[in-house]
Write a protein that binds this ligand. Structure first.
Ligand code: NAD
Length: 332
């Protein structure tokens, strides 16, 4: 099958070619999928897209008109796809429902440990010969309460790691998981989670219900000094509200791997340009904010699994007309 791979970085080429083993004809296109670039597919039966590719109705219409039959997402999340438009245009959408939950969960832990013990600041200080400890004070994780919003694949792995640190772990999820509850996670209503947590980690999908879940009203319910970690999707957090929370001191630390307007920033080297997003630029000024550019998934194991499942989806679609992991409905 001819496959046009959008947003293709060198690592995408490496892992996809390895998983493909010559089965499909892969064309790697560095550009993001957009209204402008959709016509580069040149009749490819499948389009392979990532999290910041544009899969809105007009792009889907162009893809359908140029002969695309399958959209194979290299991601678990599919909030960026207009599924109704895809269905109406007769396009099948596939995703990678699970690759390495460890990759994202461990990255959330990396953000927590860095923010808590200020290793991001200590690194620079020590290189400049500054061995002062003022401003680097952290807290023991043992005994602290960690609140997890969303105990799916990633949330469960994260919960087990935090239980291992000796934390009390509470969670909120419309579908509580009996196994993780048996291991020590206590399910509570969301408001109770906001009020009781020292650290809040977001591991839910972006849906109409979770859009701006962390807003002024939610922050007002939190403990003073709370740490908020978001490795899910940017729009789960209202960035302007967390800036107010940081300024007032209610939010003591903020770790973001995702940002609502990340499509204009992430995955590119913009170091020689001015950042025109003033909200993002303001977030970067806080010493207690740590932002990574959507790298939670970025481990060898996760990239191998993403590539293998993606090629599996394309092969199954080619031979049976149905991918292994179709996206059939909107998330919860
Ligand atoms: N940073 C990254 O690189 C990266 C990588 C992969 C996934 N993600 C994000 O992480 C999210 C979670 O991934 P996953 O594999 O654990 O998904 P999953 O589908 O296994 O789990 C999601 C969980 O969230 C719960 N949920 C849904 N709505 C909720 C709500 N309103 N409140 C609380 N919980 C709710 C679901 O019931 C489910 O248990 C993905 O949707 C994606 O947005 C980020």
């Amino acid at each position: 099958m001819d496959v046009a791979v959008f947003s293709a970085k060198p690592h995408d080429r490496q892992f996809l070619e390895q998983a493909n083993g010559g089965r499909h004809r892969l064309t790697f296109i560095e550009a993001r999928l957009s209204d402008e670039t959709a016509r580069f597919t040149d009749g490819a039966g499948a389009v392979c897209a990532f999290v910041n590719d544009d899969l809105s109705a007009p792009v889907i219409a162009t893809l359908a008109a140029t002969g695309t039959k399958l959209i194979a997402l290299r991601s678990a999340g599919f909030n960026h796809v207009d599924l109704a438009a895809a269905e109406a245009a007769g396009l099948t959408v596939a995703r990678v429902p699970a690759y390495s939950p460890h990759a994202v969960a461990e990255h959330a832990v990396a953000l927590i440990l860095t923010l808590n013990r200020n290793t991001h600041r200590a690194y620079n200080r020590v290189r400049e010969g500054n061995f002062a400890l003022e401003g680097l004070l952290g807290f023991d994780l043992a005994g602290k309460t960690v609140g997890i919003v969303g105990t799916g694949l990633i949330g469960q792995v994260f919960a087990r790691i935090m239980l291992g640190f000796g934390c009390k772990v509470i969670a909120s999820d419309p579908y509580p998981n009996a196994q993780i509850a048996a291991e020590g996670v206590r399910y509570v209503p969301l408001d109770e989670l906001f009020g009781a947590s020292d650290i809040i980690s977001l591991q839910c999908p972006l849906t109409p219900e979770t859009h701006h879940l962390i807003d002024d009203a939610a922050i007002a319910k939190m403990k003073r000094g709370v740490m908020i970690i978001n490795t899910s999707r940017g729009a789960v957090v209202d960035a302007s509200a967390v800036i107010r929370g940081l300024k007032s001191g209610v939010i003591g630390a903020l770790g973001l791997d995702v940002y609502e307007e990340e499509a204009a920033l992430f995955f590119e080297d913009l170091s020689a340009r001015a950042i025109v997003d003033d909200v993002f630029a303001r977030l970067l000024t806080f010493p207690n904010v740590l932002i990574t550019g959507h790298q939670g998934f970025f481990t060898r194991e996760a990239l191998t699994a993403i590539a293998e499942t993606t090629i599996g989806n394309i092969s199954a679609f080619e031979s049976t007309g149905a991918p292994l992991h179709p996206v059939s409905a909107k998330p919860l």
